[in-house]
Write a protein that binds this ligand. Structure first.
Ligand code: HEM
Ligand code: HEM
Length: 249
């Protein structure tokens, strides 16, 4: 069993990778295989955390810190990973599936970080505008914010999927040992199972309500909710207790 795990996925080829490629592979897998999916999970399912007394306690920043710090770290690590392959002194930009996918993933990652940075102002009682009003791109759900959420979500899931494929193609090209495939696929399966459970439990909470609450007079609550299969706690019945959360405060 141990021999099987330590041997390469394709026994007919060797597994000879030098320093630059082995560290490129480790760093890229850490970034796109481990950190990016975990940071997306946090953004989707941790907007209201267990024990939080929502809606009395709004805008819990756990998801936010996990998400932006995790993604910023993943992005920084990917740039080091890219620097390692480019620093090998071999002709860059050779046309093969892994290289093309790799540059597309890095381009999407760059767009995601830029979209995040330039997503606009927050507004609301905790981040008032300079004139003292509640106005802000998120609080008002301005066209800019609506566009950000649509594009950032779609591009984010696409980048995640392409990142996973890029890793698998890279591992195949480098003829990685079987234990690496087993560990990585098990980690992804764990996240898939955790996501299914969190989805069924109604943890994919609408960002607007998680942050600003259920008051129907709030600008964002007058618009249809954002995101695929997200839930507005004010509209859902609590599956566990059968009570509705509407009018909790
Ligand atoms: C440091 C840069 C980043 C910032 C500041 C940022 C910010 C945000 C914000 C504010 C949201 C919530 C928006 C909403 O609820 O619709 C969000 C969600 C999301 N982000 Fe990022 N993000 C960053 C990087 C990334 C990267 C690099 C990826 C993926 C490659 C990514 C993927 C996603 C996805 C998929 C969601 C939606 C999760 C859901 O389904 O609710 N983000 N991000
Ligand atoms: C999402 C994660 C990854 C990204 C974004 C990525 C990106 C890239 C890019 C852009 C290049 C081309 C650099 C050039 O112009 O020469 C490259 C080359 C390479 N990468 Fe990755 N990589 C990732 C994961 C991996 C993994 C996990 C492995 C191995 C297990 C790997 C192995 C290689 C190898 C062997 C090369 C050089 C030869 C070739 O082009 O196939 N990469 N990678």
């Amino acid at each position: 069993m141990l021999d099987w795990l330590l041997s390469s996925i394709d026994p007919s080829r060797g597994h000879e990778v030098g320093f630059a490629i082995s560290w490129h592979a480790r760093l890229m897998t850490l970034a796109w295989g481990v950190l990016v999916p975990a940071a997306i999970f946090a953004a989707r399912y941790m907007k209201i955390v267990p024990g939080q007394d929502w809606p009395r306690e709004l805008d819990n920043k756990t998801w936010w810190h996990f998400h932006w710090m995790g993604q910023a770290l993943a992005y920084a690590i990917s740039l080091i990973g890219l620097g390692l392959v480019l620093g090998r002194g071999e002709n860059p930009f050779q046309l093969n599936l892994h290289t093309v996918l790799g540059y597309v993933v890095l381009a999407f990652g760059t767009c995601q970080v830029l979209l995040g940075i330039f997503r606009g102002s927050k507004g609301g009682p905790t981040a008032r505008a300079t004139d003292g009003s509640l106005h802000g791109d998120h609080y008002d759900m301005t066209p800019k914010r609506l566009m950000f959420e649509r594009v950032h979500r779609s591009l984010g899931y696409l980048a995640l999927l392409l990142g996973m494929i890029t890793i698998l193609v890279g591992m195949w090209n480098a003829n990685a040992p079987r234990w690496m495939w087993v560990v990585l696929v098990n980690y992804w399966m764990f996240l898939v199972v955790a996501s299914v459970i969190a989805q069924i439990r109604g943890n994919a909470v609408d960002t607007y309500q998680a942050i600003w609450g259920p008051d129907p007079s709030l600008p964002g609550n007058k618009l249809p909710k954002m995101g695929w299969r997200t839930v507005r706690p004010s509209e859902k019945t609590n599956g566990q207790s059968g009570q509705t959360l509407e009018g909790a405060e």
